[in-house]
Design a protein around this ligand. Structure first.
Ligand code: CA
Length: 618
């Protein structure tokens, strides 16, 4: 008995010593694994552990060469540059860390086989409608993960800026709802770990680029969500942040080198002036503040001109695309990073995944600035972004104003006309992601002053004009909220997403009459859009608005759609002879929303403050 006890004690001591040794030595390697057969055959491993730079790493595996070992200012990092031959086989190998001839640490590194499914990484396009949701606020599918060990910001649903408990399971539970609504693509705000003391729910202060926040689920859960979404015909867009990380990152107190962050003698905020990046007249000081200033005290500004960090961020993106099988990326605060870095990041993504899409957040109301960041745009300063898609912030502003104001020389629908008349600025205006609102602005129904007719006009326009439309969760059930009252008010919980919710807007029975009407309107519009190639891919022909009525057409390979928006409080009968070129070959049509048939196309009655979407020839 005594002997057994002694054995246990000895074993415990050995285990403790070993655990301590591992803790003191190697702590992590990023990326944790990789794949064979990538277009780019180099791989940078970031190794972290106490005094790891005092060791000499070795790798012995056919087809894998440890080409270079880089030490940095902190002794606790090593960067290993590997070359992985095309003939390297999937498998695992030991990365040994040696002191003299003694191996003091080792890491089993796995080279995986790539998923050969040809449908993966195909991106999103004009046939898609994107549904933006905030995972913490959409649905709580697993109450057991609301609080997790080690995560400092604990759940408190009564706090508008606290964590509410929504998660990946909650999203997965409602894929059928999203399919019924008729959206095709889900963009979630960031799901990566945000171990920050406050407001961690929003996800934009990432504290681990390789780990899903445990309060949302696991990396495996995310991968499974993508797979389940794909099985149901839905795509997933991942939100990424290259400009800054949360100050709760493990490296914050032990930077590989001081220049990992953009450093200032004292805290210096970005001036948030996006225009500076493309302004030919900008002084250096304004540029420095814009690009090197910190987004917030809690968000450290990353210096992507540090080559090791740049490679870390690029590989991290490729890792998530390959690992999770995502269909696209939304990149946060796009012009806040160095633009040469962002162009390199984009090129490296497209090198591996030529059909992939990234939509960049360039938050400014001027089309020339939006256009500056679009791929293939030849800018006067020689900058080419390679960015495949940009959000149409100017159009979002124009929509909010157009349906709220009186028609005039340059107001009302004329705003929409004039904005779209500037499409010559874009290399491809079809690739713009159009939206009514997002998680940083008033909810759309509030923008429309809770006027349902205006809401419908705005949605009809968004779903039928050029571009790839994006809507915001809860818009379909007329959720309201004003940004100036706090971010919590525009990011409220979706009713029915939490066990015990008194309302459940995910089901027809649970919706109020008003919610049900709005949901059915959106459902009809979106499900029609899903199957109509003219509204997806068709060329746009817009006529100058007249007497408050704005008419445009979408044409694609013999299919045509006519849209008529009456933006005044008066029923109108319009003479269609003005549009005879675009009506040529058609003598009838059918309204998508009312299913009414039109047997002649000479005149058209359009009720006050309403829109007609007519499929020609049906
Ligand atoms: Ca939860």
């Amino acid at each position: 008995m005594k002997l057994r006890l002694l054995t246990i004690v000895v074993l415990l001591v050995v285990v403790t010593i070993r655990t301590e040794a591992q803790k003191a030595g190697l702590q992590r390697i990023d990326p944790p694994f990789w794949w064979t057969g990538m277009q780019n055959n180099t791989l940078q491993l970031m190794v972290y552990g106490e005094n790891i730079s005092a060791t000499k790493p070795q790798i012995h595996y056919p087809g894998v060469l440890l080409k270079e070992v880089i030490a940095v200012e902190s002794p606790n990092y090593l960067f290993l540059n590997l070359v992985i031959d095309n003939n390297a086989k999937a498998g695992s190998f030991d990365i040994g860390f040696y002191k003299k001839k003694r191996k003091v640490e080792s890491y089993k590194f796995v080279l995986k086989t790539r998923d050969s499914n040809p449908d993966l990484h195909k991106g999103f396009d004009n046939s898609d409608v994107i549904y933006l949701l905030m995972p913490d606020r959409f649905a709580n599918g697993d109450s057991t993960n609301d609080n997790m060990p080690g995560m400092i910001d604990t759940a408190k649903r009564s706090n508008p800026l606290g964590r509410h408990g929504g998660d990946i399971r909650g999203i997965a539970n409602h894929l059928d709802y999203l399919n019924e609504l008729g959206v095709t693509t889900i963009w979630t705000t960031p799901l990566l770990e945000n171990n920050m003391p406050r407001q961690s729910y929003h996800g934009y202060a990432i504290t681990d680029y390789y780990n899903i926040d445990p309060r949302f689920g696991t990396n495996e859960d995310y991968k499974k969500l993508v797979k389940e979404a794909h099985q149901k015909g839905l795509k997933i867009v991942m939100d990424m942040v290259a400009n800054h990380c949360g100050t709760g990152y493990y490296w914050n107190d032990d930077l590989p080198s001081k220049d990992w962050y953009n450093q200032w003698p004292e805290f210096t905020r970005s001036n948030y002036r996006v225009a500076v990046q493309s302004d030919p007249n900008a002084p250096q000081a304004d540029y420095d503040k814009m690009v090197k200033g910190w987004f917030d005290h809690t968000m450290a500004d990353l210096n992507q001109h540090n080559k090791l960090l740049a490679e870390f961020l690029i590989q991290n993106t490729i890792w998530w695309i390959e690992y999770a099988g995502i269909d696209g990326i939304r990149q946060d605060t796009y012009p806040y990073s160095y633009k040469d870095f962002m162009a390199e990041w984009m090129q490296r993504i497209l090198e591996e995944y030529p059909d992939f899409n990234v939509v960049g957040e360039v938050w400014l109301d001027y089309p020339p600035v939006t256009a500056y960041w679009m791929d293939n745009k030849t800018n006067a300063d020689g900058y080419r972004s390679y960015l495949t898609n940009v959000f149409d912030f100017p159009l979002s502003t124009a929509i909010a104003r157009a349906f709220n104001e009186k028609e005039g020389w340059s107001s009302g629908t004329m705003r929409l006309y004039e904005l779209l008349s500037q499409d010559f600025l874009y290399s491809n205006p079809m690739n713009i992601v159009t939206f009514s609102t997002n998680h940083d602005a008033d909810r759309f129904f509030s923008k429309m002053n809770e006027d349902y007719q205006k809401f419908k006009l705005g949605m009809i326009f968004l779903m039928t004009t050029r571009g790839i439309p994006q809507i915001y969760y809860g818009g379909e059930i007329l959720m309201t909220g004003r940004e100036h009252k706090g971010h919590g008010t525009i990011r409220e919980d979706f009713p029915g997403g939490w066990p015990g919710d008194s309302e459940n807007a995910f089901t027809s029975q649970g919706r109020t009459e008003e919610q049900e009407e709005a949901f059915n309107f959106m459902r009809r519009l979106l499900n029609w859009r899903k199957n109509n190639r003219a509204v997806q891919y068709g060329s746009l022909k817009q006529y100058l608005p007249e007497d408050g009525v704005y008419v445009y057409f979408r044409h694609f390979e013999g299919e045509s759609v006519m849209v008529v928006l009456n933006n005044i409080a008066e029923n109108k009968t319009i003479d269609l002879s003005r549009f005879e070129k675009d009506l040529a070959g058609f003598n009838k049509g059918r309204s998508v929303l009312t299913r009414q048939s039109f047997d002649s196309l000479d005149t058209l009655n359009v009720p006050a403050k309403s829109g007609l979407v007519i499929v020609l020839g049906e």
